[in-house]
Design a protein around this ligand. Sequence first.
Ligand code: PAF
Length: 280
Amino acid sequence: MIIFKDPHKIRQHLESLQKKGLKIGYVPTMGALHPGHISLVNQCRQTCDVTLCSIFVNPVQFNDSEDFKNYPSTLESDILLLEESGCDLLFLPGETDIYPDSSFRNKHYELGNLEQVLEGKFRPGHFQGVCLVVERLLTILQPDDLFLGQKDFQQCKVISLLLHTMGRPPRLHVCPIVRETDGLAMSSRNLRLNPEERALAPQIFKNLTFLKEHLREGNLTQLQKEAVSRLETLGFKVEYLELCNTENLDPLNRWSPGLHGVILVAAFIGKIRLIDNLLL
Ligand code: PAF
């Protein structure tokens, strides 16, 4: 695996590969890699000639400075994992490479309702920060294909919208959530759970599954309230648990078979905020 820190050098290298007709696939990450990320690398390797990954903890997408400060950093083991998984290129930019001056942080994206609901409601500015960094990374790297995880369902929607505004955007692949054997969705934040919290965490997915299995035609409010209250009784602080339309994330108030829905949840266990979702 070749590691690049300099945006100009990696651009030159990628250009020479693309001139040879090789298809570049890209997996953007913030590090603290786990099997969920590696599944994206594997999907990328199966689809493209060259697999490119980046690690950059983007300060402007954290609306909570404590969360940014505590974000796990495991660079050495990340590099080993990527090497073992057959990643070809790793981009490790510094903050000034991504944001050379304040003008690079000041762009505003029209995301409409997508940034008002769910994550957008509880993490104001988060998706603006995601768009800033993703547009910057894509402008530097210009990959042919882009691989994102379904775990960040709303982020995938936002980035898909961003891609529509860009000239020559990469083809987006949204890859399935990877779970621990007890159902907990893999996340870098799981590293920060203490043993009791870790034991409780799979209840999030259990609840999503319960809800999916008990869906019946008609009003969804009661079912949703019950799911929230089950989690709160166990000690979670639920920020949202909503059934939404998969296309625009508008809330679904009634269920009928054939609808394309997704249940999305964000809940705190102690100080750790976890998210998950399940397609219906
Ligand atoms: O999902 C993530 O890890 C980040 O939001 C991303 C897409 C790498 C942008 O910083």
